[in-house]
Design a protein around this ligand. Structure first.
Ligand SMILES: C[S@@+](CC[C@H](N)C(=O)[O-])C[C@H]1O[C@@H](n2cnc3c(N)ncnc32)[C@H](O)[C@@H]1O
Length: 275
């Protein structure tokens, strides 16, 4: 969980503030970690009155003690909610390297995710925002989630630096907590490089429930099931194209629209329609 810009004023954080907007203090018991965060030097953040007030409030709720975190924030282990739903093998390599492995615009084109096709979209596991930014340019509103606070922070920074105003990035364990959104309200969901989770049918079902029946579209991509790929989860847990199809059908809410679609250099994708 990140607590940042809604909790701080511009004055608190200064002009270089680049922090996450969708942060809340409720449901604290669900979070193993709480991070107070802003893209500014820790020393100045630590001195603001508001920063001290918030950290004291969190400590009084859960008894957590704060420690500095590597990305210019302070972090507390709340000792609560430690059963993380983090997808196995979902850690990320360095951003520069990761982004040599994907062609987001071409992938979206190949999947048929055209500009103005979907008014709203949800992205689960936004990572560095590699797809978030091109998707944001193709929809009216995008809600992106990641369990990793540093990924949320990085995506938020990229959005702000490119003056993109239609994205909410939220630090949330979606596997464990769900999306926290009204069901059947969204036109598109993206599950990119995340379906190697423990329970992919549940992940697909949760995503399908967000989609408008008869209209919504789910886009899923994954690494090719091929030992020559330069990265990707171990082959033993890496889904094959036919797995994604079976799992989508097993939800009882999705049918294949197109796929498998080759998404060079290293991925394939499926497009499913919400029944
Ligand atoms: C392999 S990365 C893919 C990132 C992005 N979709 C892409 O293709 O560039 C998977 C991402 O999912 C996030 N993630 C893993 N488990 C999650 C969970 N339970 N809830 C939300 N995000 C999760 C990870 O932190 C990571 O950033």
């Amino acid at each position: 969980m990140i607590i940042s810009s809604p909790a701080f004023t511009e004055h608190d954080l200064g002009p270089t503030m680049c922090a996450v907007k969708a942060a809340h203090c409720e449901n604290l018991e669900l979070y193993p970690f709480v991070t107070l965060y802003g893209c500014l030097p820790l020393e100045s953040a630590g001195k603001t009155k508001r920063f001290r007030q918030i950290s004291a409030a969190v400590s009084s709720i859960c008894g957590a003690r704060w420690r500095t975190s590597p990305f210019r924030g302070i972090k507390a282990n709340t000792g609560l909610g430690n059963e993380s739903g983090r997808v196995r093998e979902s850690g990320m390599p360095a951003e520069d390297y990761w982004e040599t492995l994907l062609d987001p615009e071409e992938t979206l084109n190949r999947l048929g995710f055209q500009p103005a096709l979907h008014p709203t979209a949800i992205e689960l596991g936004c990572g560095y925002g590699t797809f978030t930014i091109p998707v944001a340019r193709r929809v009216n509103k995008l809600i992106a989630f990641d369990i990793d606070a540093s990924m949320v922070g990085r995506t938020q920074c990229r959005i702000e630096s490119q003056d993109i105003g239609n994205v909410i990035v939220s630090n949330r364990d979606v596997v464990k907590m769900g999306y926290g959104l009204a069901p059947e309200g969204c036109h598109a969901v993206l599950l990119f490089n995340i379906l190697h989770c423990d329970n992919p049918v549940d992940m697909l079902r949760q995503a399908a429930l967000q989609l408008k029946p008869g209209h919504g579209v789910l886009y899923a991509t994954h690494w090719r099931h091929d030992p020559s790929t330069p990265r990707g989860p171990p082959l033993a847990i890496r889904p094959k194209p036919e797995n994604l199809l079976e799992w989508a059908h097993a939800t009882g809410m999705l049918r294949a629209k197109s796929g498998p679609i080759d998404c060079p250099p290293w991925h394939y994708g499926w497009v499913f329609e919400r029944i």
